[in-house]
Design a protein around this ligand. Structure first.
Ligand SMILES: [Zn+2]
Length: 330
């Protein structure tokens, strides 16, 4: 009887995988480099080798219900098609689910990585108590997932939930990677924070700052982690950058709350690790920009709980029975 699911998280630098039980417990996690720079054949080879290893650990193949995968979008989850993946050179219109399914003789599914992470947080992480969740991860980009009744909302074409490319400032001088002006990703993700710090320090070229000291004046070396550390040491410019990031995220999330009225918002990714000062500013700003501040004030803003295996959890969850935990606690 099938009682295990293979979950695989395909990233630009590494492919992580594991075996999940039907109770949602993750076992035997493994990780390999993606070898993305070597093109599709090399990175696909890494993925299939990892799956082979996991199937060997499962013992009999008929113990495995399916192969769930997640990859950077945009992709078509219904057809299991990766349309393009900026971090995976050569991946264009790849029928990933079909290729993997044919190779291993097992059903396979593919989901966008942020959607998978959102699903995982709602099933096993920060938002287990909530059915309707808005998930956001802020790191080198901004990925989001809309979870309704413990399931991913896909929209008509399977591309819903690309909240990082909702613009909040169409006058912005900053063009996003997607081609639009002022997407939240182009204003508040890690690289945007570093750029704002750089611009600010160039404008205020006589103002002392730890960021200037730590980079030896080479401002292109500023990282979000550096900004976080400088702010913790009371650096005025670093604090200003974090405040501004919280403001942008707050304006944007206020819109998401007005639109979706979620039961909870989960915030993950490297930038979210800034913690309190960022969350405080987000919360304060949401109050000013949402339609119903009294409801918004009660919407929990939760730091993500699942760390490095979040994608593996989410990918494997694609084969959990529909509605797993959906109404369980209500
Ligand atoms: Zn964009």
């Amino acid at each position: 009887m099938a009682d295990l699911i293979v979950g695989v998280d395909i990233g630009g630098t590494k492919v992580a995988g594991g075996l999940m039980t039907m109770k949602g417990e993750l076992r035997r996690a493994a990780i390999v480099p993606t070898r993305a720079a070597k093109g599709f054949t090399a990175s696909f080879g890494q993925i299939t080798r990892l799956i082979e290893r996991l199937l060997a650990r499962a013992g009999k193949k008929n113990r495995v219900l399916g192969l769930g995968m997640c990859a950077p979008g945009p992709l078509d989850p219904r057809q299991g098609l990766v349309l393009s993946a900026p971090n995976l050179p050569g991946w264009r219109n790849i029928p990933l689910a079909r290729l993997v399914s044919e190779k291993f003789g097992l059903p396979a599914k593919v989901e966008n990585d942020a959607n998978a992470a959102g699903l995982a947080e709602s099933l096993f992480g920060a938002a287990v108590k909530y059915r309707h969740v808005f998930y956001v991860t802020v790191s080198t980009g901004i990925g989001t997932g809309i979870i309704i009744n413990k399931m991913v909302y896909h929209g008509k074409n399977g591309i819903a939930g690309e909240g990082g490319h909702v613009t909040i400032d169409y006058h912005s001088p900053y063009r996003c990677g997607c081609g639009t002006l002022g997407c939240i990703e182009a204003l508040a993700a890690g690289p945007a924070m570093a750029r704002r710090a750089r611009v600010r320090l160039e404008e205020e070229h006589t103002t002392p700052s730890l960021l200037r000291d730590w980079t030896g004046g080479n401002l292109s070396r500023i990282s979000p982690l550096m900004i976080q550390k400088a702010a913790a040491s009371r650096d005025a410019i670093a604090r200003e950058i974090i405040d501004q990031t919280g403001f942008y995220l707050g304006v944007w999330l206020a819109g998401m709350i007005t639109l979706l009225d979620p039961e909870a918002i989960v915030i993950g990714g490297g930038v979210a690790r800034i913690g309190k000062p960022l969350f405080h500013k987000i919360r304060e700003t949401i109050q000013q920009y949402t339609l119903s501040p009294s409801f918004a004030a009660k919407t929990p803003l939760l730091p993500a709980k699942l760390q490095k295996n979040v994608g593996v959890y989410g990918a494997a969850s694609l084969f959990l029975p529909a509605g797993f935990k959906a109404e369980a606690e209500f």
